[in-house]
Design a binder for this molecule. Structure first.
Ligand SMILES: Cc1cc2nc3c(=O)[nH]c(=O)nc-3n(C[C@H](O)[C@H](O)[C@H](O)COP(=O)(O)OP(=O)(O)OC[C@H]3O[C@@H](n4cnc5c(N)ncnc54)[C@H](O)[C@@H]3O)c2cc1C
Length: 362
């Protein structure tokens, strides 16, 4: 038996859940997720930060557009704040590496090495030539955000089917038919929110061959120095993004900021890459990392120009792209979900869709 809907969404990460939440209520939506649980891949592995200065121009516009949602989500979305102030220090050990950043983003300020160390006391001031402070960088509560999207989706009548990897796709009589081990599903509109697998899903549908490249990003949890309370430190990063660190639950998350191209997979960290990143981090701070408590990795998936892809495909009728969110898929989720929902339902979009149009790849 084939279950039918108005819209099928492939992928139960933050992208798929977000667009399903925004469309449910006005359309019958089914989200098909390959894994036994949602957010098993990238969406469950992020560093959970919101940074307005991060990414190419379209991403920055979507990040700014997402802020009102994070600060004031719809009634009943979550029972605690989605964001918490964190702040961000960019540290340049050479000088001259922060000029472009300052020129591109309003609201950033230069601080002296001593002012940087007041905010984060383990910094080696002799290793800082220039520093910049981004006051409104925030911590995001990803569980609350994805949980809120799921609740919103259910309230609108949408539902998630897990352990439902889409194995084949075909267009028949104006409908997409998706075959999974959990059954067959049909709808006139299909949303490709498959994260690292987006190009594979597009190939199954005969859609445009846009290369969405997954790149591994790893992270390690390390204890701060004994007796030191790190919880109010900001996020801090090397100006060239060769490592970054942020406090989390009394510990420090340190990422080697790796970006190793990979095939779509359940990503695992490379011990050597993590060790090299921790070494770069330790050159910037006054303490030694002697213990790593836990490591993980996930995939950040990029379109060729680094901007997300959000829009109907030019070749395959009813096939909608919501992919390539790179390292910004959480902080842009409310804005890109709303843009996707508007483009699918024919409503006026709140942000300019042009930077995200699949047609930009010809
Ligand atoms: C270490 C790390 C740190 C990050 N830090 C941040 C950050 O601080 N801030 C930020 O905004 N972003 C961050 N990101 C990026 C962010 O996590 C991603 O952009 C975002 O999670 C992408 O969401 P998604 O829903 O597109 O992908 P995913 O969460 O990967 O979801 C895609 C889903 O599609 C499913 N799927 C694939 N193929 C099929 C199929 N054939 N059938 C059914 N289901 C299928 C997969 O199982 C998967 O669950 C980080 C990422 C990593 C790895």
């Amino acid at each position: 038996m084939t279950e039918s809907a108005d819209i099928l969404v492939i992928g139960g990460g933050i992208a798929g859940l977000g667009v399903a939440a925004m469309l449910s209520g006005e359309a019958r939506v089914i989200v098909l997720e390959a894994e036994p649980m949602p957010c098993f891949h990238s969406s469950g592995r992020s560093a959970a930060v919101y940074i307005k200065s991060y990414g190419p121009p379209g991403v920055r516009a979507a990040t700014i557009a997402a802020e009102p949602f994070f600060l004031d989500p719809p009634e009943g979305f979550a029972d605690a704040p989605l964001v918490k102030p964190r702040g961000l220090l960019f540290l340049d050990p050479e000088g001259g590496g922060l000029d472009a950043l300052l020129a591109e983003t309003p609201g950033l300020v230069r601080v002296t090495p001593e002012e940087a160390a007041e905010r984060c006391p383990v910094l080696r001031t002799d290793r800082i030539v220039e520093a910049v402070w981004e006051e409104d960088a925030q911590d995001l509560d990803v569980d609350l955000i994805t949980g809120g999207f799921r609740r919103m989706m259910r309230a609108g009548g949408g539902h998630l089917v897990t352990s439902a990897r889409v194995e084949t796709l075909r267009r028949e009589g104006g409908l997409w038919i998706a075959e999974t081990k959990a059954g067959a599903f049909a709808a006139p509109v299909l949303v490709n929110a498959a994260g690292a697998w987006a190009s594979q899903v597009a190939a199954m549908a005969g859609a445009a061959p846009i290369r969405v490249q997954p790149k591994r990003r790893s992270a390690a949890v390390v204890p701060p120095p004994v007796g030191v309370d790190a919880k109010n430190w900001p996020l801090f990063t090397d100006a060239k993004e060769t490592w970054y660190a942020k406090p989390s639950a009394g510990k420090l998350i340190v990422s080697p900021a790796d970006a190793e191209p990979m095939e779509p997979c359940d990503a695992w960290p490379d011990d050597m890459v993590v060790a090299e990143g921790l070494h770069r981090f330790s050159e910037a701070v006054t303490f030694e990392v002697t213990r790593v408590e836990r490591t993980w990795a996930g995939l950040r998936s990029f379109a060729p120009d680094g901007e997300p892809i959000c829009g109907f495909d030019g070749r395959a009728e009813g096939f909608f792209w919501l992919a390539g969110q790179g390292g910004y898929g959480v902080q842009t989720a409310p804005a890109l979900s709303a843009l996707a929902a508007a483009l699918i339902s024919g409503a006026a979009p709140a942000i300019d869709p042009a930077p995200f149009a699949p047609a930009r790849f010809g």
